[in-house]
Design a protein around this ligand. Structure first.
Ligand SMILES: [Zn+2]
Length: 348
């Protein structure tokens, strides 16, 4: 049996829309609501939210034996206001493994607790080359050396507070999405690219009037970047958990932007050999191009569930993403391969 068609225009549009919704870990309600609204058009799905705020979609399969789950996360790197400085600017504390020089000079939003948005940009304190000379390039980029320059007339903490800004407000960085020659360049392709792949796979199946072979739960996680996203929300009757998350590209890595990858080992150790082999077999049987890789500095939501005591087989697949946790890039070929792999697995 051949796999159903993938609507790549839909995949790309959904991905771009999701990328443009700010969702640093802890502030994911808009992104979760967006995915929920999209999935609500598929009547086969039974939607619910966990108390922690993740989205779960259940799809009754042809067989109810040994249900499976797929997880991908909508939360992203970001920051929070740590302090309002004497000059009225903001010192930040990172959320997740943000690479600070990767967001230097980037536009950002401060999300106040009252729901207002204040615009600014993230700068080195000593960024003026005509004043600080070599320090503008040589200063080590860390939280103390950088600040948010707010686009408002503020020069002291009181004026900043009058904008509604307080310590603890979330800060999101502009994703800067651009599509060129099949490449998708944006922050936070980790892991919105995989959420888009899952939603597109669901659309492909429903349009082909197909059902998953086994009952499946789609878990859209909202705390992955801090290490405990899928530690809750995977139902206890699930036998296999396929984590769908980005593949790491760089020196010594086999992953690239044109393939999906199966990761067999990362910082958390080996994945489940039997499930990994099964995923390889379904990829081979459906001519899905993939790589096998090991990620040196990486943990996944599947492992978070393992650490929380989840008794399931866990595997990890996903598209190659260049410059991860930085200004990322992938290609539609990797997204298509990932979506096909999800389809093949669901039908297996
Ligand atoms: Zn991720």
């Amino acid at each position: 049996m051949s796999l159903p068609n993938i609507d790549t225009n839909y995949l790309t549009k959904f991905l771009v829309d999701l990328l443009n919704i700010p969702s640093p870990t802890g502030f994911t309600q808009d992104a979760i609501a967006f995915v929920e609204k999209e999935l609500s058009q598929f009547k086969e799905l039974e939607l619910s939210r966990t108390r922690k705020g993740a989205l779960v979609a259940k799809w009754q399969g042809i067989s109810d034996d040994a249900p499976v789950a797929l997880t991908a996360h909508v939360d992203t790197l970001g920051a929070m206001v740590k302090d309002i400085k004497p000059n009225g600017r903001l010192q930040l504390t990172r959320i997740g493994g943000l690479v600070l020089n990767g967001v230097e000079t980037e536009g950002c939003w401060v999300h106040t607790s009252k729901g207002e948005k204040v615009r600014g940009s993230f700068m080195l304190n000593m960024s003026a080359a005509h004043v600080y000379g070599a320090k503008a390039s040589e200063t080590k980029r860390d939280e103390d050396a950088m600040e948010v320059r707010i686009d408002a007339r503020v020069s002291n903490p009181q004026e900043t507070r009058e904008l509604g800004i307080e310590i603890g407000d979330f800060v999101s960085f502009d994703p800067r999405v651009e599509l060129t020659n099949g490449f998708i360049r944006s922050r936070h392709l980790d892991d919105k690219a995989c959420v888009a792949a899952i939603v597109t796979a669901i659309k492909s199946l429903t349009e082909a009037s197909l059902s998953p072979a086994r009952t499946v739960y789609f878990h859209i996680s909202n705390y992955e970047e801090v290490g405990h996203g899928a530690s809750a929300g995977i139902p206890p009757d699930v036998h296999e958990l396929v984590t769908v998350d980005m593949a790491a590209i760089g020196a010594g890595q086999s992953s690239d932007e044109y393939h999906a990858t199966i990761c067999v080992k990362d910082s958390g150790g080996p994945y489940h050999h039997g499930l990994s082999n099964k995923l390889r077999q379904v990829a081979d049987a459906n001519n899905i191009p993939y790589k096998v890789d090991i990620y040196p500095f990486y943990g996944s939501d599947g492992e978070a569930f393992w650490r929380a005591g989840g008794d399931v087989a866990v595997a990890l697949i996903g598209p190659g993403v260049d410059a991860s946790h930085n200004y990322e890039r992938t290609h539609i070929d990797a997204l298509t391969a990932t979506t096909n792999w999800i389809l093949a697995y669901l039908l297996s």
